[in-house]
Ligand binder design. Structure first.
Ligand SMILES: [Zn+2]
Ligand SMILES: [Zn+2]
Length: 232
């Protein structure tokens, strides 16, 4: 049985009407994860094994470095760097025609090490569960469904895709089509409104429109578009 532990934070984010509900949760999860990797995970051998192997991506290294606790970060990175050093040991393989060994290490091996991030993995698994939780709530909780359907801009494009991807196993296939259509229609509405606001913003640079006031939505349309398309 699936656990729907994100029902309360999702309902709260929806009620707060502050844009994409998953971006909202992601921000909170990320902050909590940064604190976790600089705190509790230090004492958990299983978690240390993961951070030693995966390390952190550029964004999350920066976020962790911005925190005052440099000793925790140093201890975490110390063992990760040691493992990286061992990982970059040139692998040896026996040649086909001789017993001589040839060294090889592909760029993909290195990329794999550089790209992996223990914090992204934790964050993604929480977000996937929360995204699945939305469809569950939509089908089981009338109050949540009505609120979700009547509120504009509840998901950014990327999180709309995630909500669709993660609804499998949460709702019946009959309800699935209705759910996906509802989400896609909301995206179309958001995109059409965004296009109109961006268009009017660009027109305001024409000398023929000088002095013509812009609405607050038109004024902030570039910022809204960057947020909508770029997530962070
Ligand atoms: Zn989002
Ligand atoms: Zn990351």
């Amino acid at each position: 049985m699936k656990h729907h532990i994100y029902s309360i934070p999702l309902a709260e984010a929806l009620e707060a009407k502050c844009g994409c509900i998953l971006c909202n949760l992601e921000e909170k999860f990320e902050e909590q994860a940064v604190d976790y990797f600089l705190g509790a995970s230090m004492m958990e051998p299983d978690a240390r094994e993961i951070t030693n192997e995966k390390g952190f991506c550029r964004r999350h290294l920066k976020k962790m470095f911005e925190k005052p606790n440099k000793l925790s970060l140093a201890l975490t990175l110390e063992t990760h760097v040691k493992e990286l050093e061992e990982c970059l040991e040139i692998k040896k393989k026996e040649g086909h025609f001789s017993k001589e060994t040839t060294a090889f290490l592909t760029s993909e091996d290195i990329y794999e090490t550089v790209r992996s991030c223990a914090l992204c993995d934790k964050l993604n698994s929480q977000l996937n569960a929360a995204a699945g939780n939305i469809s569950y709530l939509w089908s089981k909780n009338d109050e949540f469904r009505i609120m979700l359907e009547k509120t504009d801009d509840v998901l950014c494009l990327e999180h709309c895709a995630l909500a669709i991807k993660m609804c499998d196993g949460e709702i019946s296939s009959f309800k699935k089509n209705e759910y996906i259509n509802m989400l896609i229609n909301k995206q179309k509405k958001s995109l059409s409104k965004l296009y109109e606001n961006l268009h009017n913003f660009t027109l305001s640079f024409d000398y023929r429109n000088s002095g013509k006031p812009l609405s607050p939505e038109e004024k902030s349309s570039v910022q809204t578009a960057v947020k909508y398309l770029g997530k962070y």
